[in-house]
Design a protein around this ligand. Structure first.
Ligand code: 13P
Ligand code: SF4
Length: 346
């Protein structure tokens, strides 16, 4: 069902050398679905954040070449510290960059100033390892978009208010789907914060902010029977109107199980959407749910040349962009991720 991916002819030599190096170095090449086609084409495994951290950390290969954003490579290093993890581009997800340890501490201070002392923290996997470590030290854990519901159900049983970070949209969406109240720290009043079941940090994904209610209205007016599919990083007003909400892997599965004649508009990164399915009788039935191009700039940075340069440098004993973590961060971030994995359905 998936569209065949075209590779530019001048990339053939690059591809050949990359394949040889991967073999000689006994490396596993993994890539997130938002990577360019040329990278996805070469990867041994492609997946969502949860699958990538699992597959790469459990692989027998000693070297992981990770094409994605920094927090993803870090997650593999945290889960499998004995492995070497290199990244052709060590670019940071813009949402992950919205929170660091300082902002985390300031948020906890702000909550205390509102007499909210005892929260249960959940950090979305789109955060750096030192933030995950902070969350673990407070008894909390990590979630991804694929397992968020399970983790949320677990968190609810802890009998505390949930502090969800850094994605306010995912936090609000989880609360909305479970009929729980939520607010955004910084814009909500002290009273609202005290009363809310879920307190969200004010981070967001700039790519998924692009999808709007008017995009959905446009497609529904144009094609009466169209399905609207979105990632849970979209705004709650958008998620509320969608036919299906899921992680990148869940979106792929859902769309590829629809009959090809069924029109669908998808609210996530364009690289993934464009390779979802072929045309039906020459007619395009798969649309990007936005009039502007939803491109994740950091995911799109990695090229075949970067991949080759990274492998050559490693072979020469001068690795570039190797993931390294201090032992305290390593230990506590692993606790946060292990707690998540224990609660995730394989
Ligand atoms: P997934 O875990 O669904 O792949 O999402 C990661 C991400 O960064 C989406 O923007
Ligand atoms: Fe981060 Fe958004 Fe890019 Fe995902 S799409 S990696 S959340 S900036």
């Amino acid at each position: 069902m998936t569209k065949p991916i075209q590779t530019a002819p001048d990339s053939k030599n690059l591809t050949k050398e990359i394949k040889n190096l991967l073999k000689n170095l006994e490396a596993l090449l993994v890539a997130h679905f938002y990577q360019k086609d040329e990278v996805v084409n070469l990867a041994h495994f492609c997946g969502d954040s949860l699958e990538l951290s699992r597959v790469a950390s459990m692989s027998e290969k000693p070297l992981i070449v990770f094409c994605g954003v920094a927090f993803m490579g870090q997650s593999v290093k945290v889960l499998a510290p004995q492995k070497r993890v290199i990244m052709p581009k060590m670019s940071c997800c813009s949402m992950a960059r919205m929170i660091d340890c300082d902002y985390f501490d300031k948020s906890i201070e702000l909550l205390k100033s509102y007499d909210v002392e005892n929260v249960f923290p959940i950090t979305y996997i789109n955060s750096n390892a030192d933030v995950k470590a902070k969350v673990a030290k407070m008894g909390g854990l990590v979630c991804t978009s694929a397992n968020a519901k399970n983790i949320f159900d677990f968190a609810k049983k802890q009998g505390k208010q949930i502090f969800f970070l850094p994605d306010r949209c995912l936090g609000q969406n989880l609360a909305m789907m479970d009929n729980k109240s939520s607010c955004v720290l910084g814009s909500a009043s002290a009273e609202e914060v005290r009363k809310s079941d879920v307190i969200c940090y004010d981070g967001f994904c700039s790519v998924h902010q692009l999808f709007s209610v008017s995009d959905i209205e446009f497609y529904r007016q144009k094609f009466e029977d169209i399905k609207i599919v979105v990632h849970p990083e979209c705004d709650p007003s958008v998620v509320k109107l969608a036919d299906f909400v899921g992680s990148t892997s869940q979106i792929i599965k859902y769309v590829q199980n629809l009959p090809l004649e069924q029109r669908v508009a998808v609210g996530t990164e364009f690289n993934l959407v464009n390779r979802l399915r072929p045309k039906f009788n020459g007619i395009n039935t798969t649309f990007v749910l936005s009039s502007s191009k939803p491109e994740c700039p950091t995911m799109n940075e990695t090229s075949l040349q970067d991949l080759l340069d990274c492998l050559r440098a490693y072979e020469d004993g001068m690795p570039i962009n190797e993931v390294e973590l201090d032992s305290d961060t390593q230990k506590w971030a692993k606790i946060a991720l292990d707690r998540m994995l224990e609660l995730s359905i394989p």
